[in-house]
Design a protein around this ligand. Structure first.
Ligand code: MN
Ligand code: MN
Length: 464
């Protein structure tokens, strides 16, 4: 190869390189240190409610206070909006009025899991079980024979709300969905993978000891209710107004001899929620108002009053803008957003579902996804070239290592994020997040370096 060829290639070709080869040792150490906090967050925030609690506690420590309509806030003030304990937004007021636009980052804090049905408890063959209804896109066969913990609330008629968290402490009991032994699974083995375990087979084993009596039926169920009544003061009817979620009971951990990766439940999308949260904590006196929103219900289509399809975000922008005597629609029109969500990392075992030139790879940095959707980009917000150019410039100028990604080959499948709902408001938005392996599985894998680059992108964007 002649020098000219080399020179031209260097100048003209798109360069893709592993971030761990281009970043400084110092930066890599920072990334590893940063992820220690991320791993703790994963363990204390396994559900949307727990994520909101953990985030609010951190925010209050950092001087954020709940938004109060009667107050007027000045540049640099830090406030938060808690929507029903399941979605939360944090804002740092900018020097410029909200009408000049707000820099928004949006991530989600719900993850695929097994919800309990409204009437979940039953006894069969002298074993106690819960009926579940899965939440979000899961491969059902992945959920049996893995230890589960129970999280959520009982809401009682007197207005009180009782928190439930069983299975996270080392000494806590855990729960499990059982599967058929291979010796007797010849019929089951003929099922397709999608039907390997069916929705109505995701029944959770929760007890086997009968209440001691010489006669009577459902004594195991009775004994379980007795335990729950003693612990929480509830009866079977109270399950009707509860939100109880079964999630994997294991903790986050390092993956690999080199400890370069993280394994955990719920990384989609806590792997972006934690960077958005820690970034807004560190934003100081931004030019434009900075807003980080951690939303519920993304995994089932962002619907409902805690999902981003609702007007919740528009109302927040309204609150902030009207407080300054401004016009909400002007503020919305001038705002910009990074929709912080994961992309599918290239897995050597399943690489044929990806088109390699446009697939994201572990350790190649934060991934910018111009569009998601399915088939002919159906149901996506396709970010404008102009907006992607702005984000490119911001990332490059600040030495943030990033890559581009598409969610798999064109005809293979597809997906979506909250970007489309934010775009529908009239806001410029692009997806930016972390590549994940085994997305939506009970145990997902990410690379530490990418998590840190995601943090740096969120921070740089909101600090302005
Ligand atoms: Mn997601
Ligand atoms: Mn997801």
């Amino acid at each position: 190869m002649s020098d000219l060829t080399k020179e031209l290639k260097e100048k003209l070709f798109l360069k893709r390189k592993n971030g761990l080869l281009t970043a400084s040792e110092e930066e890599i150490t920072k990334a590893n240190d940063y992820c220690e906090g991320y791993k703790s967050f994963l363990n204390s925030a396994k559900t949307e409610r727990e994520a909101v609690k953990t985030a609010v506690a951190l925010a209050e420590k950092n001087g954020f206070t709940p938004f109060d309509r009667s107050k007027s806030y000045k540049s640099g003030d830090k406030i938060y909006f808690n929507n029903r304990g399941k979605t939360v937004a944090f804002a740092v007021i900018g020097e410029e009025p909200c009408e000049s636009g707000i820099n928004i980052t949006a991530a989600h804090i719900d993850s695929p899991r097994l919800d309990l049905k409204p009437n979940p408890l039953y006894e069969e063959i002298e074993l106690g079980l819960f009926k579940t209804h899965y939440y979000g896109g899961i491969k059902k066969y992945q959920w049996p024979t893995t230890p589960l913990s129970l999280h959520g609330v009982f809401a009682l008629k007197d207005g009180s709300v009782i928190d439930v968290n069983i299975g996270e402490d080392e000494n806590d009991p855990k729960f499990v969905v059982n599967d058929l032994l291979p010796h007797l699974a010849s019929e089951q083995s003929k099922r397709t993978l999608a039907e390997g375990i069916k929705g109505e087979e995701l029944n959770v084993l929760i007890g086997s000891r009968p209440f001691k009596d010489d006669e009577g039926s459902e004594l195991v169920k009775l004994n379980i209710l007795k335990i729950l009544n003693e612990k929480y003061g509830i009866t079977e009817t109270d399950f009707l107004s509860a939100e109880l979620e079964m999630v994997p009971a294991f903790k986050s951990c390092d993956i690999g001899f080199d400890r370069s990766m993280i394994g955990s439940y719920g990384q989609d999308d806590r792997v972006c929620a934690y960077p958005a949260l820690t970034a807004i904590m560190n934003v100081k006196n931004p030019k434009k108002t900075a807003l980080a929103i951690l939303a519920d219900k993304e995994e089932i289509g962002s619907c409902g009053n805690t999902g981003l399809e609702s007007d919740f975000l528009a109302h927040i922008i309204g609150d902030l803008t009207k407080m300054q005597g401004g016009d909400t629609s002007v503020a919305i029109r001038n705002s910009a957003c990074l929709s912080a969500d994961v992309n599918a990392g290239l897995d050597p075992t399943f690489s044929d579902v990806h088109e390699r030139k446009n697939a994201s790879m572990l350790n190649y940095g934060v991934v910018v996804t111009k569009y998601t959707g399915a088939r002919g980009k159906s149901g996506t917000s396709d970010a404008s070239a102009e907006y992607v150019a702005k984000i490119r410039d911001l990332l490059d100028k600040n030495g943030i290592i990033w890559q581009t990604g598409e969610l798999g080959k064109v005809d293979i499948g597809g997906g979506g994020t909250v970007a489309v709902y934010i775009a529908n408001m009239g806001i410029d938005v692009v997806d930016l997040g972390v590549p994940v392996l085994s997305m939506h599985a009970p145990f997902e894998t990410t690379a530490k370096f990418d998590v840190y680059m995601c943090y740096r992108a969120m921070y740089t964007f909101m600090q302005g």
